[in-house]
Structures are given as structure tokens and as C-alpha cells.
Write a protein that binds this ligand. Structure first.
Ligand code: GLA
Length: 748
């Protein structure tokens, strides 16, 4: 709080003397402008393609931005506010009924009007530019800082708000959005795209026109698994529906692991209000006097070059500015889950390590089942969550020994944990039943296994206990270099037995979660963390500020993964998308697919395996070994290159995408059949993208099993980038269902 007030006072003092009431914020190819109107309210008259001269932007401001009187009211134009607030004066005679901030002040009144105190550029070593707009309610001592942070290597704009209560009593925040932008008139047509799904079918793309006079809201009202049914991310076509390469798009994500809400409202005059924030519809956030709260970061990207460009800008932002180790190459993992489930001992795990080492893998991860003891042993999903000590029967020589076994085979070692949950059948719960979330006077609701609850991370004792248990695991086995952080529950019981602040539960739970993650990262900055939550429930940039990758789905069927990973790639980079080769028939769908197909799909993201290598035939092991060697050679391009989606799987019998190195000298093209359709052995030529037109690329097909014929007559030839993009690669994928091909392109 002290920090907030000091910053606010210094900014306000600077602002009081500021003569300039206009601010221009540039990214490499976009510009945002801000201007204080006659009432002192910050407007955002422009967000669009770059304009070098601020005076030009001002000269072309739309009329509604200029008229503070009746014309705006008659035309129904709302203020193009940089932060729209409930109760604030609108043009003419009205008051804003919408807005991203709605505060019940300490005297019980609900209206607010934020008066801008100026603008300040603050010194931020990690960003190219960091703008802060300090604001104060015109009546109450309620303060807001609106932040904008931009970089010189991406068009992504980070924006968020801080709220500070200097009133005499507590205030309640009914809405406290990170961003609430009312745009000036942009277009007379809009289309909204987002991801939806559930267990086993995450990231399905949903897109439709945003009709005039309607709003689209995507949200999660949960506290955990908040990216499952809907992902906190969207792309909005401004004007006609954008495609991959053309059309104006504003993309956005919210970096928050708790309940969230994103909305786009197009009013009868085609004005657009975009809001992104933590959702406190399940309890207005109570802010005590003298306290402040920081809303999560929202990130916006705008492009006139279609959805593909928006994805690439977000990927670059994620790698360079969000993921803890976003520029490092990720290892090839073998995770024990689908190969062994709960059924393992040290001998079996070591034999799996042998198989992984033989194939050229790099990281062995023991999934669920390694902890809990005695009657709470984790031999199934009913016991042991909360007791993070090694199971002495399965692993008598401990985790340190197992990590040593991995090391002696040239492998790194990782472990599964589910720190936010507890089984009532655990030592932890037996000692501290009050540490599980629970509604006073109601029976305890439980989840997986009939015994699983969510720990109350709003309780500092719980945060301390779980932090020190995680620390103890790492101390006992310093060889651990990877945690798979799982979270397989919802808020079954929406109450804290100890805090007395249930209305703040959703927000404060996530704050407690981040505190545990912060301590973990402080202890082991090098640790690689995977965000998992029954599959893709934690595919979001809040958790990905602490984790490097996520598990997009428990569905590992390669054909389904084409869609799941396609959706994920809209907003998240390939190095963060964990994709594991599993057995056929697949355990989730029972579908049979060739091993080649499974590798070809998994190799377009962070490749791993999830099977028992000892059960593979010699032929399959040999093929896997070759694919892994290929993956190592293309990994820098796949994980760190630019993604171009070439042919969407939606409505077709095949899909294609490619990854291009940032210097355009190498590329990898993936073509996946989804199943055969009539007369579809010969698909239309796959027109490539992102290459340098004047370079010649040698095309080489990889991942071909011994004796198998190739999929493209041009393999082996050197062709110009221009021709590859104009005429396209002629590809044949007719060798039965789930045929696929991978091509490597090297500039000569
Ligand atoms: C969740 C995860 C799986 C696996 C199991 C273990 O379902 O999504 O990958 O780790 O838990 O219980």
C-alpha cells in the first residue's frame, strides 16, 4: 500500500505541473493515443496502425471525441474512455451505466468519476516504455493507476490497473477490470473468436459475428481449472471476418488463473467496449481503508495482417516477456502417466528410463502415485494429496536416488505434484481439517476419488505449509529439474473456514497460489514447471508467468490433438504446448493411428512421450529414435520460430502448418490427414508462407519409416521461396486414414 501511495503521489505531483494533456504510445507497428478531455477524463481516441506524428492523429480524431456537448448525446456516442467507469459522466446528459470499475464507496454511494492527474513514463528496465495514468475519484479518496507497458520487439501492449482505498471506511469493488476500453467508432462489422471445450476436447475454436446491440461474454466463474470451458483469450475482427493473412484484428488475453470475465459489447451506434478482468460476480471485493489491490495483466495486440500476425505477436511477447525461460529450448520428456498410471515401483521406473535414454529422450517425469504412506499411500486417486513425502514402499531409496538413476543415464528428472488439493484421507487433512475450503454449516463437497478438496490458499498458514513441503521435496532431491503442477478440482466448497472474507475468496485464492509459486521460483529459478489442470484447465498467461509450458489436454489421440494444438497455437507458442506420443489404440478415444502420425503431430509442439518404452516393438523403438533425432535438429525452428497456419483442420480432411526460423533460413512444414474423404488423396498444393522469396530452399521429407514412399515429388529439390509460396508444395497424403508428412526446408 505504501508503495502504491508513494508512486501515486509522485505521479500526481508530476502530473499537476504537466502542460501536456496528450500522450502517444507506440509499439513497432501500432499507436495508441490518450487525451484528457475538458472534465479531466482520459480518452483513448486512437488505437490503430502506427501514426508517426501525434499531431496527425489528433487532427483526424473522430468528431464524437471532440464534442463534449449535445451532439455526442444525440448520436448516442459514449466517451472513448481509456478506462470506462460506472457512474461517470457520459457525453451530454447521461451517466455511464457500464464500465470496468464499479465501487461502493464508504458512504454507500455507487458512482465514480475518475479524473486524470496527468501521465507519467516510469523507469522500467524490463520494458521499452511504461506509461502510468494516475486518476482519482472526483469526490472520494479512491485512487486508480492505469498501466500500459510496451516493448520494442512486439506489438503486444500489457495493461492493468491498481486500486487504492484512502477513504475512511472499507469500499466494495463490484467490478475491478484490468482493462475497460471504450473505443471510438472503428467499424460497422465485428466478429468474435474464442476457444471453448471441456475435459478431453479443449481449445475448440468458436467464432461468430458480434451483432449490433449485443454483447458477447466469455468467462469462468470457478477458482481453479479456469481455462477449461473457455480460455481467457479472444480475437476480434474489426470489419470483415479476418482470415490468417488479412483483416484487422484486436487480440487479447488475460493473465489470471482465477475466475475471469472478458466481454465485447457492440452498441446500437457500433461503438465497442472491451473489458477484461478478474470476475468478482460471486462476491464484490472488499478493500479495507489504507489497502490497495492490483488487477491482473491484460495483453492486447492489434494487426491489419490477420489472425496469424496476432498469434505471432503474442508468441513473441510470451517467449520474450512472460514465460520464465521462454528463449530456452525445452527437453524431450517421457512422462510416466499413460505408461504406468499408479502401478510402478523403482525397478519399473528405472526400466522406463532405460528405454527413454535408448531413444534419445532427455527428461524423465514421474507422474501421480509417488507419495503418501501407509493407509494414505497414493496407489489410486482416493488418498494422499497433501502428504508430499515419498512412498517408502514403492520408492524405498527415495527421490534423490531416482533422480541419480536418471542422471546416470544422461536424463534430467521431474515430478508430478498437485499442491492446491488435499484428500480427506491424508495425514495433512487429519491434522488440519480447517485448511480445506468449506462452507460453514454445510456438508463438505468432494471431487475426484470422492475424497478430494481444495486447500484454502487464502490462509497464510496453508501457503507456508505447502511452500515448505514443496521446498522439502527439492531439498531431498536437488536433482529435480521439472515439476508438473496439476490441479484437478473445482471450488466444491466456496468458503474459507478461517478468513472471514468469503466475498474476496476467488481473488485472494489466486493471490495465495501466486505467492506459493513465487516462493518456489525464488528457491529454484531454474526449475521448469508444467501447468496442468485435468488437461488444459491452466492454459493461461497468469500461471504461465511462473510455468514454462502447459498440458493442453488429457486427450492424447493424435487426430484430436491436431485440433487441440491448433486452438492452443492461436494464443500460446509452440514451446509452451506439451505434446506426447502415446500408444495406439489411444487410451481416451480408442482410435488407432500409425506411430508416424503420432510423432508428426507431437513434433509440431514440445515433443514428449507418455508410454512404457519397454512395451514398444524393436521396429517402433528404432523409428522413435529417428524421429527424436530429427526433432532435436528442427527443435529451434519449431519451438522458437514463427508459426504460420496454412490449412485449417475445420471442415477439411487434412490440415497444415509451418514454422519458420526468425532469419527465414529454415522452416518445417507439417501436413496431417484427418481421415480420408472422397477423391481426396491429392490435396491442393500447400502454399507456404513466411519464407524469403529470393532464397532457394532445399525441401527434404523427414520421419519416413523404412521402405515407405515419400509424400511429395519435390522432396530433394531446391526451390525458391517465391515459388513455394506462390505455387505451393504438391503433397500426397492418401496412404489410408491418418497419413501425414513433415518437410524440412533449408536455405541454400
Ligand atoms: C490429471 C492430469 C493427468 C495426470 C493425472 C494424474 O488428470 O491431467 O495428466 O497427471 O491427473 O492423476
Amino acid at each position: 500500500m505504501r508503495k502504491f501511495v508513494l508512486l501515486f503521489l509522485s505521479l500526481a505531483a508530476a502530473a499537476a505541473g504537466a502542460a501536456d494533456d496528450t500522450v502517444k504510445l507506440d509499439t513497432p507497428t501500432t499507436t495508441m493515443t490518450f487525451r484528457r478531455d475538458a472534465d479531466g477524463v482520459w480518452l483513448m481516441p486512437y488505437y490503430g496502425a502506427k501514426i508517426e506524428d501525434a499531431a496527425d492523429a489528433e487532427a483526424l480524431e473522430g468528431d464524437p471525441c471532440r464534442h463534449d456537448g449535445r451532439i455526442g448525446a444525440v448520436a448516442g456516442q459514449a466517451k472513448p474512455a481509456s478506462y470506462s467507469v460506472y457512474g461517470a459522466k457520459e457525453f451530454g446528459i447521461d451517466a455511464n451505466k457500464s464500465g470496468g470499475l464499479c465501487v461502493k464507496h464508504d458512504d454507500g454511494t455507487m458512482a465514480s468519476e475518475l479524473v486524470g492527474l496527468g501521465a507519467e513514463w516510469i523507469d522500467d528496465k524490463t520494458a521499452a516504455k511504461h506509461l502510468v495514468l494516475p486518476m482519482k475519484d472526483s469526490v472520494h479518496d479512491f485512487l486508480v493507476l492505469q498501466h500500459f507497458r510496451v516493448f520494442d520487439d512486439t506489438d503486444a501492449v500489457e495493461t492493468w490497473t491498481e486500486f487504492s482505498n484512502r477513504e475512511t471506511g472499507a469500499v466494495e469493488l463490484y467490478r475491478m477490470d484490468s482493462a475497460a476500453l471504450t473505443f471510438p467508432l472503428l467499424a460497422d462489422e465485428f466478429h468474435f473468436m474464442s476457444l471453448t471445450g471441456q475435459w478431453g476436447c479443449e481449445n475448440q475454436i468458436s467464432e461468430s459475428e458480434l451483432p449490433r446491440g449485443q454483447a458477447v461474454v466469455i468467462s469462468s466463474r470457478n477458482g481453479v481449472r479456469d481455462a477449461w470451458f473457455a480460455n481467457p483469450a479472444f480475437m476480434l475482427s474489426v470489419g470483415r471476418r479476418a482470415d490468417e493473412c488479412s483483416g484487422t484484428v484486436i487480440g487479447g488475453v488475460l493473465a489470471w488463473s482465477g475466475a475471469w470475465s472478458i466481454s465485447a459489447h457492440r452498441d446500437y451506434a457500433d461503438l465497442l467496449e472491451l473489458r477484461l478482468g478478474a470476475d468478482n460476480a460471486n462476491g464484490a471485493y472488499r478493500l479495507e481503508p489504507g489497502s490497495s489491490v492490483t488487477a491482473p495483466k491484460a495483453v492486447l495486440v492489434r494487426s491489419d495482417r490477420g489472425k496469424g500476425a496476432v498469434s505471432r505477436e503474442l508468441h513473441r511477447w510470451a517467449r520474450n516477456h512472460r514465460l520464465p525461460h521462454g528463449r530456452e529450448l525445452r527437453d524431450i520428456v517421457l512422462n510416466s502417466w499413460e505408461g504406468a498410471y499408479f502401478d510402478f515401483d523403482e525397478r519399473r521406473l528405472v526400466r522406463m528410463m532405460d528405454g527413454l535414454a535408448e531413444m534419445g529422450g532427455e527428461m524423465f517425469v514421474v507422474d501421480d502415485g509417488w507419495f503418501g504412506n501407509g493407509r494414505y499411500a497414493r496407489d489410486n486417486d482416493r488418498n494422499g494429496l497433501g502428504d508430499w513425502r515419498v512412498n517408502a514402499r514403492k520408492l524405498p531409496r527415495g527421490l534423490g536416488h531416482l533422480a541419480g538413476e536418471a542422471k546416470s543415464r544422461g536424463l534430467k528428472f521431474g515430478l508430478w505434484v498437485e499442491p492446491e488439493m488435499v484428500n480427506v484421507t491424508s495425514e495433512l487433512y487429519t491434522r488440519h481439517p480447517e485448511w480445506a475450503m468449506r462452507c460453514k454449516g454445510r456438508p463438505l463437497g468432494t471431487g475426484r476419488g470422492g475424497t478430494q478438496c481444495v486447500l484454502d490458499f487464502t490462509n497464510p498458514d496453508v501457503v507456508d505449509n505447502i511452500s515448505s513441503q514443496l521446498g522439502a521435496i527439492l531439498d531431498a532431491a536437488p536433482g529435480i529439474s521439472y515439476f508438473k503442477w496439476d490441479a484437478n478440482a473445482n471450488f466444491f466448497n466456496v468458503g474459507s473456514p478461517t478468513s472471514g472474507r468469503d466475498q474476496n475468496l476467488y481473488f485472494d485464492y489466486t493471490a495465495g497460489l501466486y505467492e506459493v509459486l513465487k516462493r518456489l521460483r525464488a528457491k529454484r529459478p531454474d526449475l521448469i514447471v508444467q501447468a496442468c489442470s485435468s488437461g488444459g484447465g491452466r492454459m493461461e498467461y497468469g500461471f504461465l508467468g511462473y510455468a514454462d509450458e502447459f498440458w493442453p489436454s488429457d486427450d492424447t489421440d493424435a487426430r484430436e490433438r491436431v485440433f487441440i494444438q491448433w486452438g492452443a497455437g492461436m494464443f500460446y507458442p509452440a514451446n509452451a504446448i506439451a505434446a506426447h506420443v502415446t500408444v495406439s489404440p489411444n487410451h481416451q478415444t480408442m482410435r488407432e493411428t500409425p506411430l508416424k502420425y503420432r510423432f508428426d503431430v507431437a513434433m509440431s509442439a514440445r515433443l514428449g512421450l507418455e508410454l512404457d518404452p519397454r512395451k514398444m516393438s524393436a521396429e517402433d523403438t528404432g523409428f522413435a529414435k529417428r524421429c527424436i533425432a530429427v526433432y532435436k535438429s528442427i527443435r529451434p525452428v519449431v519451438q522458437q520460430g514463427e508459426l504460420y497456419r496454412l490449412v485449417s483442420p475445420y471442415g477439411r480432411t487434412y490440415a497444415a502448418q509451418m514454422h519458420v526460423s526468425t532469419d527465414c533460413r529454415r522452416a518445417v512444414v507439417f501436413v496431417w490427414g484427418l481421415n480420408r474423404g472422397p477423391c481426396k488423396d491429392f490435396i491442393p498444393p500447400v502454399r507456404l508462407d513466411g519464407l524469403a522469396p529470393d532464397l532457394r530452399y532445399r525441401v527434404t521429407e523427414v520421419n519416413l519409416p523404412d521402405g515407405a514412399g515419400g509424400h511429395c515429388g519435390a522432396s530433394g529439390s531446391a526451390v525458391s521461396g517465391q515459388a513455394l509460396m506462390a505455387a505451393g508444395l504438391p503433397v500426397y497424403i492418401g496412404k489410408g486414414d491418418y497419413d501425414s508428412a513433415v518437410f524440412v526446408l533449408e536455405a541454400q
